[in-house]
Design a protein around this ligand. Structure first.
Ligand code: ADP
Ligand code: MG
Length: 719
């Protein structure tokens, strides 16, 4: 190889078969694990490193200790156990002692571990029938055993790929790349700022370190690379959108917002003030706003939304608020109409400068055709100022005179397509400003990645005077039974006490994801059971996904009015339902719910001044369920819970929601590398804002193209 330093693009253009030793069979195996090119091979990172200066020896190992030992295979045998499993027994030695490794149901070990072979064994030393042994230890076939630090690669028995293979191939690749070296895509200033090593040393440091310190440095650099690529793509997308769309420069000096704030029976929290200021700055600028507002349940997002909508109205535009369900839309409509009661706006339809009442309307799938026609006409004439609704307001035939601001509540139920539809509602060239609100906070650095093409505001302060919700995990057995009934009994007594004191309660029924029909029948069963038993004599009613529209409305109205004391429901009450008099939340079979959902459900209580309680009834059957339930008991802070959720579920699920294509984060973790996410984002902004087409950064440009594909990259990098 001769020529200029190698870019990732160069490496990605070379198939793995160019490496000596990789024939068609190994190449097939590599393809199966997603390694097609030299770039993939270099980014197939070791899983761990064996520091041979710290290697244990069999003779010194204590029973119960976990360790890695480098051993030679002495003898292998295989037999059937009484319950027809294969048992492979391998005796190994390292000169200081011997050890038996036993493998259940891994017949191929007999072929793999031929006598004389040197392998690394990782496991826990046990004493079994007086003999020292490890059961199902991890085996690594290492190649070069002269190194002090041996990289151990993820291997695949199925694909016939062993750690030692990777060690050889990567070593050859690095040696071959040596004369040309690796191109350095990151500006020197940024490397210096973060104390990062160059890319060449990073590849060597991760694959062939001389000391463990090099691994740490290499990892930092490669993590930064991955995050920087992702952030560059996101920042480019963001800037592209801003460049190619024109927004409305709203007038923010009107007093409609001040009037709203004057009218509120409470002062804004510091966080609300800050976020409203951020939004006003966005609205005043002629760049369209794309802002995500994260705020925990009860943080007071509605006021922020209404303030944003009023800015539009003040300038003679219209505002729209979209909620995910009709129930929520109706509730928002009621609340906002009450909040803006008596407000007036200039009547622009007449020639005289007159005032007319500010008009807030509701549009959902329950709106009749006739009513919808009337609304459409008035919207088109600019006689409706604020429209609250569900997806229905995105439908064709709903035309605004001048849609200025759109607020989307509970973002997680809204997709990219809806956003596009909304944009299509623009009149003329100016795109409406968009504020997306979510009550399912995700950690800040995760948001930077998952929602990296949006600006993010955070309401991280709850209004004062809230009594924290007390949460209790009511532990039941695994299968249900008499013990469970006794455990639940305590809960029903609390419900009864609260209801007697004039309060209300929710009972959330087991989630049946597979079938709505089953879920409904289980909810009905729960209602019957409680009516006839523990809650006999109280007024109970039912709400679930199959209750008809009219009934749903009646039930919600009666619950709001306090006529229904206990509302038995499925997760339809998850988002937004606001009844301050409800003080008890009982969640049955709580194991089945994710943290975000539990947190949302719990947020239905604790909305008034009275003390509220939440009971999570569940077995905690898995370790993860236990962690979830314990976290819920420990804290009511949505951001803290979001961190726990991220730890438990990993970032895969998070990324899956928005990132199409493959996940580019191989080494970086949104959990462990929080700090690097923020640094990479800042670096991406500084690079792109200096050089929007990356004309002066060809190697980086190359990498963005690799990540996004040539088409999208070209489009984003076009001026
Ligand atoms: P969420 O963020 O969950 O949508 P809401 O906007 O529904 O929260 O607000 C929850 C409750 O808190 C409402 O009853 C609202 O009137 C009240 N609230 C909002 N902001 C404040 C504040 N600054 N001080 C006191 N109460 C507030
Ligand atoms: Mg809300």
């Amino acid at each position: 190889m001769s020529g200029p330093p190698l870019t990732l693009g160069d490496l990605a253009a070379l198939p793995v078969t160019t490496v000596r030793g990789i024939g068609p069979r190994k190449a097939d195996g590599l393809r199966a694990i997603g390694v097609d090119t030299i770039a993939d091979l270099l980014m197939h990172y070791p899983r761990r490193w064996l520091d041979r200066t710290k290697e244990a020896s069999i003779g010194e190992l204590e029973v119960g200790e976990e360790a890695t030992v480098l051993v030679r295979v002495q003898k292998v045998s295989s037999r059937r156990t009484r319950n027809r499993k294969t048992l492979v027994e391998v005796s190994v030695t390292d000169g200081t002692g011997t050890l038996r490794c036993t493998f259940f149901n891994q017949p191929w070990r007999e072929r793999q571990l031929a006598p004389g072979l040197e392998v690394l064994v990782f496991g826990k030393l046990e004493l079994y029938q007086g003999r020292r042994q490890m059961t199902n230890p991890v085996i690594d076939l290492v190649g070069d055993k002269t190194r002090r630090i041996v990289p151990v690669y993820p291997q695949s028995e199925k694909a016939g790929l062993y750690s030692s293979d990777f060690q050889d191939w990567v070593a050859r690749t690095l040696a071959k790349a040596e004369p040309r070296g690796f191109a350095e895509p990151v500006p020197a200033g940024i490397l210096a700022e973060h104390g990062l090593v160059g890319r060449g040393p990073a590849f060597r440091g991760i694959h062939a370190p001389d000391a463990m310190g090099q691994v740490t440095q290499a990892r930092a650099r490669l993590v930064f690379d991955e995050l920087l690529r992702v952030q560059l793509a996101l920042v480019l997308r963001k800037r592209h959108l801003e460049r190619t769309t024109a927004g409305i420069a709203h007038r923010v000096d009107d007093d409609l917002v001040e009037r709203l704030l004057d009218r509120l029976p409470f002062p804004l929290t510091g966080a609300q003030q800050r976020v409203i200021a951020e939004i006003r700055a966005d609205l005043a600028s002629d760049r369209p706003m794309h802002r995500l507002l994260q705020g925990d349940v009860g943080a007071g997002k509605t006021v922020v939304a209404v303030a944003a909508l009023l800015v539009a109205v003040a300038g003679g535009h219209q505002g729209a608020l979209m909620a995910p369900t009709a129930v929520l839309a109706e509730q928002h409509h009621l609340g906002i109409a009450a909040l803006l009661e008596g407000f007036t706006v200039p009547d622009r339809s007449g020639s005289l400068f007159e005032e007319r009442p500010l008009r807030v309307e509701l549009l959902t799938n329950r709106t009749t055709a006739a009513e919808r026609r009337r609304l459409s006409t008035d919207l088109a004439d600019g006689l409706v100022d604020l429209l609250v609704g569900t997806h229905a307001l995105l439908e064709e035939g709903v035309g605004f005179r001048s849609l200025g601001v759109v607020v989307i509540d509970e973002q997680h139920r809204f997709g990219v397509e809806q956003r596009a539809l909304l944009r299509a509602k623009a009149t003329g060239d100016a795109v409406p400003d968009v504020l997306v609100m979510t009550a399912t906070p995700i950690p800040r650095t995760a948001a930077m990645t998952v929602y990296g093409d949006l600006d993010v505001s955070v309401l991280d302060e709850l209004p004062p005077g809230r009594t924290p919700i007390e949460t209790e995990w009511v532990r039941t057995g695994d299968g249900g039974g008499a013990g469970d009934a006794a455990a639940e009994q305590v809960v029903w007594e609390v419900v009864r006490e609260e209801v007697t004191a004039g309060r209300q309660a929710y009972v959330v029924c087991p989630l049946v994801e597979e079938s709505e029909k089953l879920e409904v029948s289980s909810a009905e069963e729960t209602l019957d059971r409680l009516r006839a038993g523990a809650l006999d004599g109280l007024s109970l009613d039912l709400l679930h996904g199959r209750v008809g529209a009219a009934d749903k409305e009646r039930v919600m109205a009666e619950f709001r009015a306090g006529k229904i004391q206990v509302l038995v429901a499925t997760t339809v009450i998850e988002v937004g339902v606001d009844v301050p008099n409800a003080t008890v939340m009982v969640i049955l079979d709580a194991d089945r719910f994710g943290i975000a959902q539990l947190h949302q459900l719990r947020g239905r209580v604790g909305r008034g001044s009275a003390r509220s309680r939440c009971f999570l009834v569940g077995a905690g059957a898995t370790e993860e369920a236990q962690e979830r339930l314990s976290a819920m008991v420990r804290t009511t802070d949505g951001f803290e819970l979001a961190e726990v959720d991220l730890d438990l579920r990993g970032e895969g699920t998070l990324m899956g929601e928005r990132q199409k294509g493959r996940n580019d984060l191989r080494l970086a973790s949104l959990r462990r590398d929080r700090e690097w996410v923020a640094r990479a984002r800042a670096a991406a902004f500084s690079i792109v804002d200096d050089d929007p087409e990356l004309a002066g950064h060809p190697a980086l440009r190359d990498e963005v193209e690799l990540l996004l594909g040539a088409d999208e990259a070209d489009n984003l990098l076009k001026s």
